[in-house]
Design a protein around this ligand. Structure first.
Ligand SMILES: Nc1ncnc2c1ncn2[C@@H]1O[C@H](COP(=O)(O)OP(=O)(O)OP(=O)(O)O)[C@@H](O)[C@H]1O
Length: 774
C-alpha cells in the first residue's frame, strides 16, 4: 500500500481512511451496479439521440427531392447539424462517463444552463447540528454533456462550470461536495469506483441510506498504473491546483512553473481542450502547442482526441515549426549556444544583405533608352545598393526600391530630365523611359542577377562557408564560434537550432510575392445556404488552418511546453506565431538545458510583450515516488542551490539501485534494462549522454519494444515505469547546463530507477556516483 505525503491534494487520503475503514465487497458490488444503472440510462438516451440524428439526415435527404430553394437550404442545415451530432456521439461513445459528485443543498436555488444548481457554497442549515446532512444533488461528469428528455442533466461536460467542484473541492475547502467518485468504465460496462470523501466529519444520507465510500481514491489508482508509450488524459483525477490553471481565463499570459512530474504537460493539454469548449469559434484550429521534441509530440498526441478534441490543436515540435521542416539533429552545446543566442540576429541580417552578392553579380549595367546607350559602373551600382538597403526592411521586398533607384540614376544620365518644363509632359516622358528600360531583356536579366530573390535556405547554406560567415559575423561571433557554426551548417540535414534561423531569415528576407493558389474544392461548398444558417461555417476549420498556414501561421492561443528550454532565437520564432495571441507558458527553470537562462528570459519577455501575466505554481510531483525524488533532489541542490523540489505524492518502498560497470558498459546497461523489464509491466527508458544515443540503441537490440534508448535531451517531458540512467558524470559534463539535464534524466521514472556508474563517476563502495552522494 503506497504511503502518502502530507498536505494539498493528498490530504484527501488521510482523512478518508480514518473516517471510513474497510468496505465489504458486497457494498462495492452494489455501488458498481448503481453506477451501471445510470450508465445504462445514459446509453439509452444516447441511442435515442443517435436515432434522432439519423432520422434528421434521412428526412433532410427526402426533402432535398422536393426542391424549393427554402427546403434545400433547410435540408442543408439539417444535414450539417445532424452530421456533426452523429459524429460527436459516435466518436465519444467509449468511456465517457467517469465522475460523480454528491452535493449538499446550495445557498440559492438557481440552476445553470447545464441543468445543475449553481451555488458553490452550502446553504445555511445544510449540515445539521449533529453533523448529519442529506445529499441534495448528484451530478455525473463525463466527456460530453447529455440531458434527459425533461432537461435534467444525465451527464455534465467536464469543462462546464457545474463540473468545476469535481476538480476544485478539497477537504480543506470542500464547498458543497461531500463525496467525489471516479467511475472506471469500458464501453458500456462499469468496472469499478474509487471515492474520496471531502467532508469526512459528516454522516451524510442519500435517499435515507448512509453514503458509502469505496476504494483508495482515484489519484493513487491512476498513478500506480503501468505506463505505455502514450500519455493518458487525467480528466478523472485533475487536482485542485491544476484545475485553477486549466480553467484560468484566457486573457493575456498564463504562466505556470512547477518541478518535474507536477503535471505541467498534462495541464497544458487539458487547458487546450478547456479553451476550445469555452470559445470554440475563437479557438478551433487556432491553438498551437509547442513541444521540445518529436518524441514528446508523439507521446502526448492521443490526449486531446481522448478529450473529444480531434484535429483542433496543432502540436508541433520546436524543430518542426517552419512549414516543411522536421529537424531532429542536435548541435553540440557550443554550436547550439551560438545559434540560439540573440547575437545571431545581427549575423543573419548581415548575411541576408551579403547574400545578394553570392553569385558574382554583374559589375556594370548597360541599356539603350531613347536611342542612347546608358551605363552604370560598379561604384555607382554599389552606391545604389547601399542606399536601397538602408534601414531594416526585408531584403526581398526592397527589390522594387532598388529597381526604382537604378531607373532614377539612368534617367539622370540620359539628360532627358530637363527636356520639358510642363510637369505633366515631364511625367509622361519619364514613364515611357521607365517602360522602355524595364521591358528590355538586358535590364531584366541584370536585375535578376544583381538583386536575386533570396530564400532562407540559400542564405543559411551560404553561411556554411567559413570565410564568408567570418565576414558577416565580424565582431559578433568569435573565430572559434564561426568555425564551428560554419562546419555544422555543412552537414547533411538541419538541426533543431537551424529551424529558428530559417524562420528568422524568412522574416529578414520577406516572402517574395507568390501567385495565389487556387482553392481546392470543399465538398461543403455545395451545401447552398449553409453560411447564412450556420454562421460558424463562415470559414471551415480546414480553410482556417490553411489560411493560417499561408499567412505565416498566427494562432489565437499559443501554449509553450518546457518553456525553460527555448533559446532566444526560438522565442523569436514562437513569438511570431502569436503576435496577437493569448498565451499559456509552462516550464521549470531547474530543468533548463539552455546555458544562459537570463538571455532566454529577455527574449521570452520580448515575445510575450507587455501583456500582464498571471502566475501559477504546481507543487506536487505525481510521477516519481519519494525515493527517486529524494535522489534527484541532490542534483537539484547542485544545479540550482536553494530551489525547492516538488513534493512526491507517494512512495513505493523501492530505493534506487546503483551498479558499476563490470565487463563493458553496454553489457551492464543491457543486463540492468533486462532486469527492470522483468520487474515492471510497462515501459523502460535508458537515458545516456547525447553522444551515446546510437550506441545505446545497439546495446538494447532484441529486448523488445517496451524498452527504448534516449539521449539526455530527448528525455524531456517523457516518462517510463523504470529508467536506467547511464553515467551521471558523462551527462553532467556534456554541456554547461549538464547538471540540469541530469536532473531531468533522474526524474523520468514512475516506479524504479537504476543508476549505472562508469569510472568517470567515481563511484563509492556501494556504487553511488560522486554526484549523487550526500
Ligand atoms: N491529477 C493527476 N491525476 C493523475 N495523474 C496525474 C495528475 N497530474 C499529473 N499526473 C501524471 O503525472 C505524470 C507527470 O505529468 P506531466 O508529464 O504532465 O508532468 P510535467 O510537470 O510536465 O513533468 P516534466 O517537467 O518532468 O516534464 C504523468 O503521468 C501524468 O499523467
Amino acid at each position: 500500500m503506497p504511503s502518502t505525503s502530507e498536505g494539498g491534494p493528498v490530504a484527501v487520503q488521510a482523512h478518508r481512511q480514518g473516517a471510513v475503514g474497510s468496505v465489504h465487497d458486497s457494498v462495492r458490488d452494489r455501488e458498481i451496479s448503481v453506477e451501471q444503472e445510470h450508465l445504462d440510462r445514459v446509453y439509452r438516451r444516447l441511442e435515442e439521440k443517435i436515432h434522432e440524428a439519423e432520422f434528421l439526415m434521412q428526412d433532410a435527404a427526402r426533402r432535398g427531392q422536393v426542391g424549393t430553394p427554402g427546403a434545400l437550404a433547410e435540408r442543408d442545415a439539417q444535414v450539417f447539424r445532424a452530421g456533426v451530432h452523429l459524429n460527436r456521439l459516435n466518436n465519444e461513445f467509449e468511456d465517457f462517463l467517469f465522475g460523480r459528485i454528491d452535493l449538499l443543498t446550495g445557498k440559492d436555488g438557481k440552476k445553470g444552463p447545464d441543468g445543475a444548481y449553481t451555488a458553490v457554497e452550502p446553504a445555511e442549515g445544510a449540515v445539521r447540528p449533529d453533523s448529519t446532512a442529506d445529499i441534495a444533488e448528484t451530478l455525473h461528469i463525463g466527456r460530453i454533456g447529455v440531458l434527459d428528455q425533461d432537461y435534467t442533466p444525465l451527464v455534465i461536460d467536464w469543462r462546464a462550470p457545474a463540473a468545476a467542484p469535481f476538480y476544485r473541492s478539497t477537504p480543506v475547502d470542500p464547498g458543497r461536495v461531500v463525496r467525489r467518485r471516479v467511475i472506471r468504465s469500458k464501453g458500456r460496462q462499469v468496472l469499478g469506483v474509487e471515492d474520496d470523501l471531502m467532508r469526512p466529519e459528516l454522516t451524510a444520507y442519500l435517499d435515507g441510506d448512509e453514503l458509502p465510500v469505496i476504494g483508495d481514491g482515484a489519484l493513487m489508482a491512476a498513478l500506480g498504473q503501468a505506463r505505455s508509450h502514450t500519455m493518458r488524459d487525467i480528466v478523472a483525477s485533475i487536482q485542485a491546483e491544476q484545475d485553477l490553471v486549466i480553467r484560468a481565463p484566457a486573457a493575456s499570459v498564463t504562466y505556470v512553473e512547477g518541478g518535474p512530474g507536477t503535471g505541467k504537460t498534462a495541464v497544458a493539454l487539458h487547458r487546450a481542450a478547456y479553451l476550445l469548449y469555452q470559445d470554440r469559434r475563437r479557438y478551433a484550429g487556432g491553438i498551437l502547442i509547442v513541444s521540445p521534441t518529436p518524441l514528446l509530440v508523439a507521446y502526448t498526441e492521443g490526449v486531446l482526441p481522448s478529450l473529444g478534441e480531434e484535429g483542433q490543436v496543432a502540436i508541433r515540435a520546436i524543430g518542426s515549426l517552419v512549414e516543411g521542416s522536421e529537424a531532429t539533429l542536435y548541435d553540440s552545446p557550443s554550436v547550439a549556444r551560438a545559434k540560439g543566442s540573440s547575437r545571431m540576429l545581427r549575423v543573419l541580417r548581415k548575411a541576408a544583405r551579403g547574400a545578394l552578392e553570392l553569385n558574382d553579380p554583374p559589375a556594370r549595367l548597360r541599356v539603350v533608352a531613347f536611342g542612347r546607350r546608358l551605363e552604370l559602373e560598379a561604384r555607382e551600382l554599389d552606391g545604389i545598393r547601399r542606399s536601397a538597403l538602408g534601414g531594416t526592411a526585408p531584403v526581398n521586398l526592397l527589390r522594387p526600391r532598388a529597381r526604382k533607384l537604378l531607373l532614377d540614376a539612368l534617367w539622370e544620365q540620359s539628360g532627358a530630365a530637363g527636356r520639358h518644363s510642363d510637369p505633366e509632359l515631364a511625367a509622361e516622358l519619364r514613364s515611357s523611359f521607365d517602360e522602355d528600360i524595364t521591358s528590355e531583356d538586358a535590364f531584366i536579366a541584370f536585375l535578376d542577377a544583381w538583386w536575386p530573390e533570396l530564400t532562407p535556405a540559400a542564405v543559411l547554406d551560404a553561411m556554411a562557408d567559413e570565410r564568408r560567415l567570418g565576414r558577416w559575423a565580424r565582431r559578433i561571433l568569435n573565430p572559434g564560434e564561426v568555425r564551428k557554426v560554419a562546419r555544422s551548417l555543412k552537414r547533411e540535414g538541419r538541426s533543431v537550432h537551424d529551424i529558428a534561423l530559417l524562420d528568422e531569415l524568412q522574416a529578414v528576407l520577406g516572402a517574395p510575392a507568390r501567385p495565389r493558389r487556387k482553392r481546392e474544392l470543399d465538398p461543403l461548398d455545395q451545401l447552398t445556404g449553409l453560411e447564412e444558417l450556420m454562421p460558424m461555417r463562415e470559414e471551415s476549420q480546414r480553410e482556417r488552418a490553411e489560411r493560417l498556414a499561408q499567412e505565416r501561421v498566427e494562432y489565437a492561443h499559443v501554449i509553450v511546453d518546457e518553456a525553460q528550454d527555448l533559446t532566444p532565437m526560438q522565442w523569436r520564432m514562437v513569438g511570431r506565431r502569436g503576435r496577437h495571441a493569448t498565451w499559456t507558458v509552462v516550464g521549470d527553470p531547474a530543468q533548463s538545458s539552455w546555458s544562459d537562462p537570463d538571455e532566454a528570459a529577455e527574449a521570452r519577455d520580448e515575445a510575450l510583450g507587455t501583456r500582464p501575466r498571471r502566475r501559477f505554481e504546481l507543487t506536487v510531483n505525481y510521477r516519481n515516488p519519494a525515493e527517486i525524488a529524494e535522489l534527484a533532489g541532490k542534483v537539484l541542490a547542485l544545479a540550482m542551490p536553494g530551489s525547492v523540489s516538488p513534493k512526491a505524492v507517494r512512495s513505493t518502498g523501492v530505493e534506487p539501485r546503483f551498479t558499476v560497470v563490470e565487463d563493458t558498459l553496454g553489457a551492464t546497461v543491457r543486463d540492468e534494462a533486462a532486469r527492470l523489464l522483468e520487474r515492471v509491466e510497462g515501459t523502460v527508458g535508458v537515458v545516456v549522454a547525447m553522444q551515446r544515443r546510437e550506441e545505446a540503441r545497439r546495446w538494447l537490440a532484441g529486448l523488445g519494444d517496451r524498452v527504448v534508448a534516449l539521449g539526455s535531451l530527448e528525455a524531456k517531458g517523457l516518462e517510463y515505469d523504470a529508467t536506467v540512467v547511464v553515467s551521471p558524470a558523462e551527462i553532467a559534463d556534456e554541456s554547461p547546463a549538464g547538471l540540469r539535464v541530469l536532473y531531468v534524466a533522474l526524474t523520468r521514472a514512475t516506479q524504479q530507477l537504476t543508476v549505472v556508474s562508469a569510472d568517470r563517476d567515481e563511484p563509492d563502495a556501494a556504487g553511488v556516483p560522486d554526484l549523487l552522494r550526500d
